[in-house]
Write a new protein. Structure first.
Length: 215
């Protein structure tokens, strides 16, 4: 699961260099939407619109941003799965949005909190709120998978207007800086009156386990 560029830089400087990193005191969980839902054929799109692919069913875990306005083709393009790559679709150009998330781009669309019932969910940093890599809330992490999960329910408000197709989640710190982000395993169309979106106990999975090769 990715960190933003800002978080990576702070942590790397703290761990390998001399600039100290102060971790967040709170985690503000947020939801991001694909503004135009799933891709559609022969549809007019405007630069800045965001979508999820139809194929495979439910999308491929990536979001795409329209960088050239136009009309989509009659059949779905093969969407790239390399960060930042683009694909032509009729007269539309789509770009994979990993760089937007990493740079905390203005093109990210969080669910509106204006009269919708949505707001970020604030969870304090602390052992009682997150399972260590060994699977419990007590003692230092001692697991080998690099995985931490939520030990409390993370539940958003009851929708009183349509929220749209929720595709990614993110965690902000108390300074409103995005620190982590990831796609939902199953995107969810959240409509007025829907059951509040939530991450039940242990369902929010945060893993750090990157391998590098000698060349």
């Amino acid at each position: 699961m990715p960190w933003t560029d800002r978080t990576e830089n702070k942590y790397q400087d703290h761990h390998w260099r001399t600039d100290a990193y102060t971790p967040p005191t709170e985690h503000h969980f947020a939801l991001f939407v694909a503004t135009e839902g799933f891709w559609a054929p022969l549809e007019t799109y405007t630069a800045g619109d965001t979508i999820l692919p139809l194929t495979p069913s439910g999308g491929n875990g990536r979001m795409y941003r329209c960088t050239q306005s136009g009309t989509s083709a009659a059949s779905e393009p093969t969407f790239p799965e390399i960060a930042g790559n683009t694909v032509a679709d009729g007269s539309v150009i789509w770009q994979e949005m990993t760089p937007d998330f990493q740079s905390e781009s203005a093109f990210l669309t969080e669910v509106s909190n204006v009269g919708t019932g949505y707001d970020r969910v604030v969870i304090a940093r602390g052992n009682a709120n997150f399972l260590g890599t060994h699977g419990t809330t007590t003692g230092p992490s001692s697991g080998t998978g690099g995985n931490i999960r939520n030990a409390v329910l993370i539940e958003f408000g009851t929708p009183v207007l349509d929220w749209g197709l929720v595709a990614h989640w993110g965690a902000y710190d108390q300074l409103n800086d995005l620190t982590w982000y990831a796609p939902l395993s199953i995107p969810r169309l959240v409509l007025n009156g829907s059951t509040p979106p939530a991450f039940p106990f242990g369902s929010l999975s945060i893993t750090v386990n990157t391998k590098t090769a000698i060349v």
